[in-house]
Design a protein around this ligand. Sequence first.
Ligand code: FAD
Ligand code: MLT
Ligand code: ZN
Length: 495
Amino acid sequence: MPLLMIRHTVRRSLSTLPPLTAQHYDIKRGDYSKVNDVDIELFQSVLGDRVLTDPALVEPYNVDWMRIMRGQSKVVLRPKTTQEISKIMRHCNGRKLAVVPQGGNTGLVGGSVPVFDEIIISTSLMNNVLSLDETAGVLVCQSGCVLKDLDNYLSERNLMMPLDLGAKGSCQIGGNVSTNAGGLRLLRYGSLHGNVLGLEAVLASGEVINSLSTVRKDNTGYDIKQLFIGSEGTLGIVTAVSILTPVRPKSVNVALVCCDTFEQVQSVFVTGRKLLGEILSAVEFFDSSCYQLVKKHLSLSLPLSSHHQFYVLIETAGSNHSHDEEKLSLCLEELMSSNVIINGTIATDYTKMKNIWNCRELIAEAINKEGVTYKYDVSLPLKCMYELVDIMRERLKDKALCVLGYGHIGDGNLHFNAVGGSHSKELLDLIEPFIFEWTADRKGSISAEHGLGFKKANFINYSKTDETVSLMRRFKDLLDPKGILNPYKTLPRIH
Ligand code: FAD
Ligand code: MLT
Ligand code: ZN
């Protein structure tokens, strides 16, 4: 069942190339072999012409979505089957050749691109649906299926993917699982640790671990699949995924409200949860700086005036349209009468809803167009969430072109971004490690949903104890003793 390959790719600026990661950061290449002609011949014997070595074709795979990281890989491998990946990995392990698994390359922490000359294994051609149990709502597919393609496929069967994110047109389910992506509806459907029923992965040795269960309940020993969820390609290459697919709601409504203080934003969330209960499916917020950039770079505009401090998007998803709409209207009335919001509007038709969602989902894209982005993704107690943005604004002053806060308020997840005109060590030093210390002091997480990748790996200790990191390292050594899978990522490089 090959999926229809309609691409709704996330646009990105294709201007100048970023600096080489190996030169920009103080980092030493690991003791890995270099790819030679014999290796290329072996790869060609397995993959035929699906081995890219032409520098012009390889280059896009070396650069990350934010255009901040640039590797120097000379070869991209494009397997179609698990067996092909197994053969490739067996060879790479024997030769001690480092590899980086790559899905849609939309990751935001530099995990999906090489640091030096690691071989890129792209899963883009592994895009088949393997089975769908419509009764149980369980989909099994190869890891290279694009999230939006899967959701389109399911929508024809009144089902949906349990996750959604702005990168849906490019990111792949294998990348989502490997980063444990959160996204816009985690509040309603929960994390991938709960939705993924099973997976298949190829270890560094080439051994295939088939844990592709399709049952909801399975208490037979250690739940090995959980180890691969969020492991960012450092423990194995995910080749197939079995995942729960909820019933697609018949009725979706979106409300947009504006507030002048972050206390009011919190009250919107509390009231929304209380009054909307089981139909609440998303609560997202963004500040006025985000709205300014979305207007400036993407010409989008909201159906409310643009001089407010905060915008909150509330989505409901249910089965009875008039009931859901009435509930949402009552919720807005309550918010207005208690002076929690300044203004609000409800969108019930697709175009209006899409427009409001675009203003939220495309913030990352608008920021990318403004300049060099310093992107952070933290979990914090709601009470002090926006305080971080205020403090950083004061701290960075005119060193940054702009400072923004947005995110998944319902999940306690803030995206703090600062934009600079160029790569600036001065700006970076003002942000790090301050932001991690501030977050750790409030018992938050320094990476709520994007992972650690290359950029955050050295800061893991702000969120994990020494003992936990040491256990992670032992798992890594067990599954990948030569350290060939996505080196320099996730685990700290300095001890
Ligand atoms: P890639 O970027 O290709 O890879 C990400 C990591 O996973 C890398 O370490 C890579 O080595 C590894 N990997 C990829 N595929 C495999 C595989 N098959 N086996 C093993 N390892 C693999 N993230 C969120 O959590 N929530 C959001 O709301 C969100 N919104 C986003 C919006 C935009 C516009 C963009 C650009 C990104 C957003 N992200 C978000 C980040 C990103 O989209 C997610 O992390 C996504 O899950 C990455 O999927 P990918 O296929 O692009 O993976
Ligand atoms: C989002 O929620 O928009 C994404 O996680 C991307 C980002 O943080 O910019
Ligand atoms: Zn996010």
